[in-house]
Design a protein around this ligand. Structure first.
Ligand code: GAL
Length: 573
């Protein structure tokens, strides 16, 4: 199983070509923001289809592509018998591996005849007969990640056949999508339109390894989008995935996570659960606590047929799930992070707030949450949500004592009533083009990044930017490999910069600067510097970026230091 996972991981990484890098923690300011302000229901359907984070089970983490109708029926039975369905897990999603290697003579998708001899409508009927909803996997490339038939050029036919089979949820993956010649925005809009044409309400889940769907507007078309690469059954991976949604692994630290892009109808998805697949109960609980506080979709990924009672209790813990499913839909955000110790806050719809205190470090430790950090003061009622018991009243703060590695406490604080302030959204002018004239990108927050974060108005080593003997006051100092996306929102007309290796770099390696429209799946290259050497003069960039919503700046090379000097966009009214 682990071997399979690692192989798949490598396949996916080679497709994506890089994993997010590691960066220090985020810090943001906090004040009131309602669900409406957070842009609820951007696709019009969102509020109806996923008012709270979708819950269910998906076959991938338990079985990879090794699924068949007997297993899936048994899982459906287990979802009911274990109490999972009644705890809220309604979607049963068949991931990659259900299809035959080829479409039929009419071009229709068909079930793998050995694995699903009764066909895909029959399995859907069985799932529905259990009071569950039916989910299925496809891919927007010409092949799925397992190299089975993808939906590229079969978009309407496939969505129509899914509707005919009674599908309620589609996970649309992105392997091989970079050959489509379409932006991700275009691709997912096509699927949403095709789904709409079927007349069946279907949840669309964007699976794109976390390449910034929150940035280019995934919520226009889908109810959830991945924020991370694939999750694996070990805690480093679990924490890494959580950090894509809650930290600055893939967005500017000023955002304090991706929370402002989620809300009722559309959710950040740090990938499916590994609860039950981890080594210890405390790990399963820490993982589940994080997903619940982050308002992440809860798609179980363990073999429910042989789940232990311990695991069942974690997955069905009623008061913990309630935090995840809170109708206010605020994604919990960090109010404290010392590296090892983290505190998250998730203001709830009843005027109380859920707080997670988590020790990720190796040392046993105490963690304190000060009420002032979570919008409260004075004496407050505290309830332990895992233990389901009241812990009395506490003045000014609460301390969880002697937490071992992965040790945590999930509490509910307050007596309810007036809503507690949620985190403030970063205002548009900080990360989008909101005015006519020139805007330097170094004055904006990037909205997505992979690997090394850029330094504003300095080279990567915090010295003045210098290319070919010229210094520049403005610009982005980078170390390869780095990719970052800026949301220019269709307002800019030109992008101008001077690119080149920084004069401080004396190595032999070359660096290459490329600019793409949106994420790399679109493969729409707007500029390519070619390989540049140390000491060479800068190259001027002056390109048309009309109608570009998100600009992706890519700097490739082996540990090379380079600059996007004077990088700016010019907008008109
Ligand atoms: C990956 C995806 C996984 C799983 C797998 C199937 O791209 O991220 O969640 O669906 O493909 O092959």
């Amino acid at each position: 199983m682990r071997f399979i996972a690692v192989v798949l991981f490598l396949i996916n990484v080679s497709i994506v070509n890089a994993m997010p890098g590691f960066f220090s923690r985020a810090e943001g300011d906090n004040s009131v923001q309602s669900a409406a302000e957070r842009g609820a229901g951007g696709n019009g359907l969102g509020d109806m289809l996923a008012p709270t984070p979708p819950m269910g089970w998906n076959s991938w983490n338990a079985f990879a592509a090794d699924i068949d109708e007997q297993k899936i029926r048994q899982i459906a039975d287990a979802m009911v018998d274990s109490g999972m369905r009644d705890a809220g897990y309604t979607y049963l999603v068949l991931d990659d591996g259900w299809m035959a290697k080829k479409r039929d003579a009419d071009g229709n998708l068909v079930a793998d005849p050995n694995k699903f001899p009764s066909g895909m409508k029959a399995i859907g009927d069985y799932i529905h007969s259990k009071g569950l909803k039916y989910g299925i996997y496809e891919d927007r490339g010409h092949l799925t990640c397992q190299q089975l038939p993808g939906s590229f050029k079969h978009e309407q036919a496939d969505m129509s056949i899914f509707a005919l089979w009674g599908v309620d949820y589609i996970k649309m993956d992105s392997c091989f999508a970079e050959n489509n010649g379409r932006l991700s925005t275009e691709d997912y809009a096509i699927y949403r339109n095709c789904i709409t044409k079927t007349g069946r309400p279907i949840v669309l889940s964007i699976s794109d390894f976390g390449n910034g769907a929150w940035a280019w507007g995934g919520k226009e078309t889908a109810q959830l989008w991945r924020t991370s690469g694939d999750i694996y059954p070990w805690m480093d991976s679990v924490y890494h995935s959580a950090e894509t949604s809650a930290g600055d692994r893939c967005i500017h630290p000023g955002f304090n996570g991706l929370g402002q892009f989620a809300g009722p109808g559309h959710w950040n998805d740090p990938d499916m659960l590994q609860v039950g697949n981890l080594k210890k109960d405390i790990e399963n609980r820490a993982h589940f606590s994080l997903w619940c506080i982050l308002a992440a979709p809860l798609m179980a990924g363990n073999d429910l047929r042989e789940m232990s009672e311990e695991t069942r209790k974690v997955l069905t813990s009623p008061e913990v799930i309630k935090v995840n499913q809170d109708p206010r839909g605020i994604q919990g955000y960090k109010v404290y992070d010392s590296g090892d110790h983290e505190v998250y806050n998730k203001p709830l719809n009843d005027g109380t707030t859920a707080v997670l205190l988590l020790n990720k470090g190796r040392e046993i430790g105490d963690i304190t949450v000060m009420w002032e950090r979570i919008g409260l003061a004075g004496r407050q009622k505290v309830r332990d949500l895992w233990a389901r018991e009241d812990l009395g009243y506490h003045a000014d703060s609460y301390t969880a004592k002697n937490l071992p590695r992965h040790g945590h406490v999930l509490i509910k604080v307050g007596s309810g009533g007036r809503l507690i302030a949620g985190p403030a959204a970063v205002p548009a002018e900080k990360y989008m083009i909101t005015k006519a004239g020139e805007t330097f990108l170094s004055d904006l927050y990037y909205i997505w990044k992979n690997s090394n974060a850029p330094v504003s108005d300095k080279n990567y080593n915090n010295d003045p930017i210098a290319i070919g003997g010229r210094t520049y006051k403005k610009g982005l100092g980078c170390k390869s490999n780095s990719r970052m996306m800026y949301k220019i929102n269709g307002r800019a007309r030109r992008f101008r910069a001077v690119v080149g290796l920084d004069d401080s770099y004396g190595g032999e390696e070359t660096g290459r600067f490329r600019i793409l429209n949106e994420d790399f799946f679109g493969n729409k290259v707007l500029f390519d510097s070619g390989r540049m050497k140390a000491g060479s003069a800068g190259k001027g960039v002056d390109i048309d970026v009309s109608d570009v919503k998100c600009l992706l700046l890519v700097f490739e090379g082996k540990n090379v230091v380079g600059n996007w000097a004077d990088a700016r966009v010019i907008a008109v009214d």
